[in-house]
Design a binder for this molecule. Sequence first.
Ligand code: CTP
Length: 398
Amino acid sequence: MATKGKTIVLGITGSISAYKAADLAARFTKDGFRVDAVFTESAMKFASPMTLRNLTGRPVVTTMWELSTEFSVEHVALSEAADVVLVAPASANIIARLANGIADDMLTCTVLATKAPVIIAPAMNDNMWANQVTQDNVAKLKKRGFIFVGPAYGRLASGKMGLGRLTELDEIYGVTLQVLGKKGDLAGKNIVVTAGGTQEPVDPVRCLTNRSSGKMGYAIAEAARNRGAAVTLVSGPTSVTKPAGVKVVDVKTAEEMLKAVLDATKKADALIMAAAVADFRPARASGSKIKRRELGDLTLKLEKTPDILEQARGNFIRVGFAAESDNVIANAVDKVKRKGLDLIVANNITEKGSGFGTDTNRVTIIDSKGKAEELPIMSKYEVADKLLDRISSLLKKK
Ligand code: CTP
C-alpha cells in the first residue's frame, strides 16, 4: 500500500458519532499514514482530542489561536500538507459552512485553502439531511468536486430509524484509499477479478461448493483499487465485506460467473481468476427438495462446468490461480501453458498459513514461459500487491 509519507487531515465535527473518528484514525495510523486531526469547537463536546492525540501520535488541532501547536502560526499549513482531507463525521453545520466558503476556524480554513481532494462523510438527524437547504449545500459541494460517502440508513441518535447515520467505517476507509490511489500505476486500467467459490445446485436446498473464502480475490480487488484501477469484482457467495469503490457483481454458479466475466472483460485490461470455480456440477438439479425417506442411496451424476479462463480471451492480460495439493509447480507450469496465460499464481493448499480461509498465503508466480518467482509467506494483501506489480509491468509492455 502506498501509504508511506501520505497525510490525511481528519476533520471531526459536532456529531454523536464523533467517537468513531478515533477508530478511523487508529486504522489509518496503523497502515502508515500520518493523521492530523482537526476538531471543531462542537466536536470537542462529543470526542476527546486526547484520544486522537494518543492514537495518531500527532498534535491535534483544536483552535487557530493556540501558539504552541505546530500549525497555529501558519493557518494554511495543514491544507498544504494534506494529501486528502476527510471530514468524518460531517455535521449539517459544517456542510453549510463549507458550501458557503466560510473560514472561521482551522477546519474551514484548511478545506477552503487546500488543493487536495476533500471527502465528506455526513452524519446527522434524518430530517436535517433531507432538508432542501442541506441537499442544496451537498449539490453545491459535489459540483465543486467534493466526494460524499454516505450517509447510511439506520438507527439514529434520536432512537428512530432514518437516513443520516455515519456510513460504515470500512466504506469511508475504502473510499479514502481509493481517492489517495487515483494517480497510481494502474490509473485508467480496467481490472476484472473473480473471487470465492461457486455453488452448483443439487436441489433448492443443497449445493456443491468448495472451501474458498474469497479473501484472496477481495484483497486483489482492493489493492488494484488502491493503485487507481477501475475494478469489477465478480464474486461467488462469501462473507467477506464488499470493498467500497469497486463494482461488485454477485454470482452463484460457474455458468453465471462465465456470463459475468465475458461481459466485464469486453473492456478489460486484465482478468485475474482468483475464484475457485467448481469443476463439476450436478447434470440435472432437482426442482424440488430431494426427500431422504423416499430414497435408499443417492447417486449424483456430475457434468463439467465451463472453463471460464479458457473461454475468456481477448486483448487483455489473463491470470490464473492454481490451488494444488501435489506437484504444485509442475501442475501450475502445465496450466499456464495449456490455458495460454500470462501469469499463474500457484499455492499449496495443504501448507499451514496458505490457501483457503487463511489471511496469509505462500505463493509462486509463474510466467507464460514457465519461469517461477517464489514468494515468502505474507498477507493476502501483500501477495495481491506483488501480483499487481507483475501485471503493471506487463501492461506497460503491451
Ligand atoms: N477455472 C475456470 N473455470 C473453471 C475451473 C477453473 O476459469 N471451470 C480457473 C480458476 O479460476 C483458476 C484456473 O482456472 O484460475 C485454474 O483452476 P484449477 O481448478 O486449478 O484448474 P483446472 O483447469 O480445473 O485443472 P485441474 O482441476 O486439473 O487441476
